[in-house]
Design a protein around this ligand. Structure first.
Ligand SMILES: [Zn+2]
Length: 115
């Protein structure tokens, strides 16, 4: 079973979607598959979407790991076919994995504030 949730909203108020193999991430390491940080590099976005559609459900009963997929982090950049977000920020330069991990646990991330 796939769980879809909204991580937060972009600068332009677009939903940033994530998918997980499980509904709870507690007490398990998270394997994060992230695409679209540089949104003009579309291969990663398509790759993560393919994984969500064809492979993610295989991990639903995996006991030691939660798989979380974010096909496109930079949704504004993807719409504009540009590397940076709507404020001209390169998200790769300010991305901190531990922040993503903490916020994934609460499902409360506001990437639109990464300015
Ligand atoms: Zn890149």
């Amino acid at each position: 079973m796939l769980n879809q949730f909204t991580l937060g909203y972009s600068v332009l108020n677009e939903a940033i979607l994530a998918y997980s193999s499980q509904s709870s991430f507690q007490h398990k390491p998270i394997f994060l598959l992230l695409g679209g940080v540089h949104a003009d590099e579309v291969e990663g976005i398509h790759l993560v979407n393919q994984f969500v559609n064809h492979n993610l459900s295989q991990y639903s009963n995996y006991p030691d790991l939660s798989v979380v997929c974010i096909p496109c982090l930079n949704v504004d950049g993807f719409k504009r076919n540009q590397r940076v977000n709507a404020n001209g920020i390169d998200l790769n330069l300010i991305y901190q994995p531990q922040i993503g991990r903490l916020k994934l646990k609460t499902h409360d991330i506001h990437l639109g504030r990464l300015r």
